[in-house]
Design a protein around this ligand. Structure first.
Ligand SMILES: [Zn+2]
Length: 90
């Protein structure tokens, strides 16, 4: 593994334990690298999926509601226009 010499900042191939720098001769010890906590893929529980399932369902219903409201508004407007044109043509 590689480590940086603490005095001259040269990156050296080192072993765990005492190492001497080949550049400046500094003796330094290399600690056993801590096992980095693996960025574990979050194991989502079932509630995660239930939550997002419900959320997407609500979003879908909301979008459908808005869509139907717009459609109803368009139909109503169309009918009003139709009535107006009928009353004008009389
Ligand atoms: Zn060094």
């Amino acid at each position: 593994m590689n480590a940086e010499c603490p005095s001259c900042r040269t990156v050296l191939e080192v072993q765990t334990g005492a190492n001497s720098c080949s550049v400046c001769g500094n003796v330094f010890s290399v600690a056993v690298p801590a096992i980095a906590p693996t960025p574990a893929r979050k194991n989502h529980g079932v509630f995660y999926y239930v939550f997002f399932g419900v959320l997407s369902l609500i979003a879908t219903v909301f979008i459908l509601f808005i869509g139907s409201a717009m459609l109803a508004g368009c139909i109503e407007g169309f009918n009003r226009g139709l009535e107006n044109s009928r009353s004008l043509s009389k």
